[in-house]
Ligand binder design. Sequence first.
Ligand code: ADP
Ligand code: ASP
Ligand code: MG
Length: 823
Amino acid sequence: MIVLKFGGTSVADAKNIQKVGAIVAQLLKKNKKTKIAVVVSAMTGVTDELIKISSMAANHEAGYTDLFNKLRIRHRHTIRDLKLMKDKSVNDHNEELFAGLKDILHGVYLVGELSPRTLDFISGHGELLCAKMVAASFKILKMRSGFMDARNFIKTDESFGSALVDFTITNKNLKSYFRETKNEVEVITGFVAATSKNETTTLGRGGSDYTAAIVGAALDATEIQIWTDVDGVMTADPRKVKKAFSIPTMTYEEAMEMSHFGAKVIHPPTIQPALEKAIPLRIKNTFRPEAFGTLISTKSDGGPFLIKGVSSIDDISLLTLQGSGMVGVSGISARLFNALSQSKVNVILITQGSSEHAITFAVKPGDAAYAKKSIDAAFLLEIKNHLLQPIKVETGLSIIAVIGESMRNTPGVSGKLFQALGKNGISIVATAQGSSELNISTVIHKGNLMKGLNALHQTFFLSDVKTLSVYLVGAGLIGNTLIKQIEKHKQFLQKERMMEISIAGIATSKKMYFNADGINLKRYREFLDNDGEKMTMPAFIERMKDLNLPQSIFVDCTSSEDIASHYAKILDSSISIVTPNKIGNAGTYTQYKKVREIERKRNVRFLYETNVGAGLPIISTLNDLLTSGDKIISIEAVLSGTLSYIFNNYKEGVNFSDVVNKAKELGYTEPDPRDDLRGTDVARKLLILARETGLALELKDIKVEQILPPNCLKAKSVPDFMKQLVASDNVFETRRKNAASKQKQLRFIAKLENGKATVSLLEVDTNHPFYHLSGSDNIISFKTERYHDRPLVVKGPGAGAEVTAAGVFAQIISIGNYFEGGN
Ligand code: ADP
Ligand code: ASP
Ligand code: MG
C-alpha cells in the first residue's frame, strides 16, 4: 500500500487533476500489486471560500449567495473540463451536496449563528466535492477507482475545528475496508472526519496531510507521499526567502520542528503517525514530478550545512510573569502552566532567566488576552500582595527558528545566529533553545521578520554567494560610473569574492525606483522614467525601511546637503552608508558626532574614504596611524585636483588666466572656477581630516586665504570673472616671480598643525615633497611621531569619476566582508 496526498493547488482545476491522474497511473503501472490510496484536499481556495461564505451568511450579508453560486459554477466547469458531464454519479453527487449546502447556509443566514459544529459541516464540503471528481477522472484513465468519504472511517471526538482521532476505531474501519475492496485506487476525502454520531468534524486547517498519515499508518503503507506545489521541504518558506532550496533528506524530528515552526508544507500532526510506524514520508511536486523532493525518515544524510532550515511563526504574543515572589519559590511554573492548560492555551515557546525573576512564554495573539486573564486569576493573591506583577503582554512579534539535528554538539550555531541578526540591526526580544538542540528560536519584532529570515538563510546556507542590497541616490557622473563598474565586475565578484551586489533602489533628484530582487542595471533609466515615483528623501527612507532587506547599504553619490542631513536617520534604521559626498562630514560638529554615535549604537558602518582625495587611501591611512597609537604632528596637503593642476602648470611665460582657462576647457574646474579658487572645497576636506584626528572644529575655524583679488570675487558672471582675471594676471605674476627668485614654487596647501587649520598659497622649495608635483595629482604628507624625519606621503590622482567610483565600490565590498564576520 502506498498513500498519496494531493494538496489544493494540485487539484486546482481540470488540467491539474489530469496531472494527478497521470502521476497515479504511472505509479500503478510500476507497482502492479500494490494498492494505492489517494487523499485529496479541496480545490485551492475552496475551504477559505466556504468559511467566508458561512461567516457572511451568519452576519446577514445577502451577498454570500453570489459567492456560493460562483463556487458551484467552478465545480461544474471542472466536471465539464474533465469530460465527466455524462457521469451521472459525479454530477448528482455534487449537485446534491450543493443543494444541502444551500439549505444549511440559508439556515445560518436566518438564525444569524454559526456554531463550530455547523462550520465544520460546511467547510468540509470542499474535499467531498473534489474527491468525487478526482475518483471519476481516474476511471477515464481506466483505473479501477473508488471514492471514500472519510467520515465513514475516520472517527473523532467532538472538538469541532480540530478534532482528536480515535485511532482504535479508525484503524479498524480502514483496515477492514481495504481488506475487502477490489479497487486498485481509492480516492479519499482529506480533512474531514466524523464523530461517533456521524456529525462532520475537521482535522484542523491544512489537515489533509494528516488524513494521509492516518490512512498510511492504519494500513502499514510502505510510503506516504505528500504531493504539493514545491519541490519538497525547503530550507525556508520560498514565499519569504527567494533563495530557499529543497532539502533532500530529513529525520522525522527535524520535519516535526520545521512544521511546528511554520513550514506550511507539512501539517504538524502528520509526522507522528508516520514516525510511530517508521513509514517514510516523501514530499513531491505535482508540477515537477521528476524533482527528487524530500524524503523524511529515521535517517538524514546530514548534508553540508550546520542546520536544516529556517522557519517562522509570523504572529505571536509574548507574555511575562515576573516579580520578586518567584525567586526560589518552587511550584510557580507548575501553577502557571496548569492555568494555561486548563484554559486550553497552547504555549509555543518558554524561556526563564537563571535569576528566576521572570518566566516568558509565547502564545498565539488570539490566545493572549484569555491567557492573561486565567494566569492573573491563578496568581490573584500574589499580585494583590505585590509579590508578582500582573502578566505583561507584548504584541506584534514573530518567532524565527533555525532547525536541524547537526547543531547538536556543534558549537557556534547560536553565535552565528545572533551575529547575523545583530549585524542587521535586529534586536532579539526573547530566545529559547530546546534541550533536544533541534532548534534555536528567537522572538523578534514582526517588522524585521523578512529581513531576519533572509539574513539567517544567507548566513547558514549561502556560504557561497552573499548578497548586498544597495540603495543608490544620484545617478550623475559618479553614480553612473559606479553602476558600470558593478555591472562589469559582477561575475568576478560572484566567483572570486562570493558576493553579489543587488541594487534594490535607485534615485535621481526627481524620481526613485525600487525592486527588492535587484534592478536590471542595463535598464534602470527606463524604469526610472516609466515607473519611477516622485523622489523625496523621507519617502526613500520609508521604502528602504519597508523593504527591510538584509545587508543593506545606502550609497550617496550626490553633493547634496539635503541628502546628507538624513544620514543619522538612515543609520538609525540599521542601514550602512558609503558616500563620496563630503557635505555630511563637513556640516556642524554636533551633527558629525551624532552620526558617529548612531553608527556605534546601531552597529552599522559609515564609510567615506572618497570624501578626501577620491580613491586615494587618505582617511584610512590617517585612521590606521591613529589606531596604532601614532601621534600626528602635522598634516600638509594639496587636496584639490583643480588647484593642483593650475599651480603645477603656472610657469614662467604663461598667464595665470590662461592656465585657469585651460583647466576650465579640460573640465577640471567647476562651471564657475571661483568655486575652486575660493578654497571652500579644500577647507571642507581639511575639516574632515582635522575631525578624524579628534579636533572639534567647525568650517569657520579653517582659515582660508583668499587668493582672488576683490574685482574677481565681485564679478557678476563667469565671463565677467574671466575678464577680471586677465586684468589681475599681474597680481599672480608678482607672487610667482617672487617665489621663483628664491627657487621656489607656489602651491595651494591645506595645513593642520597644533590644532590650527589653514588653507593658503605657499611657496615651497626644491626639498619640499610638493615641489615636484605634476598634473592634477593630490598629495598629502603626514608628519607623525613615527614618521618624523621623513613624513608619510600619499600621492596620486585625487579626482575623477573612475577613481572616485572605484573607491566607493571598494567600500561597499568592505561592508560585505564586515557582514561575513570581519570588522
Ligand atoms: P498544499 O495545498 O499542497 O497542501 P500548502 O499550501 O499547504 O500546499 O503547502 C505548500 C506551501 O508551503 C508551499 O507552496 C510554500 O509556499 C509553503 N511553505 C512554507 N514553508 C515552506 C518550506 N520550508 N518548504 C516548502 N514550502 C514551504
Ligand atoms: N482544504 C483544507 C484546508 O484548506 C485542508 C487541506 O488543504 O489540507 O485547510
Ligand atoms: Mg497543506
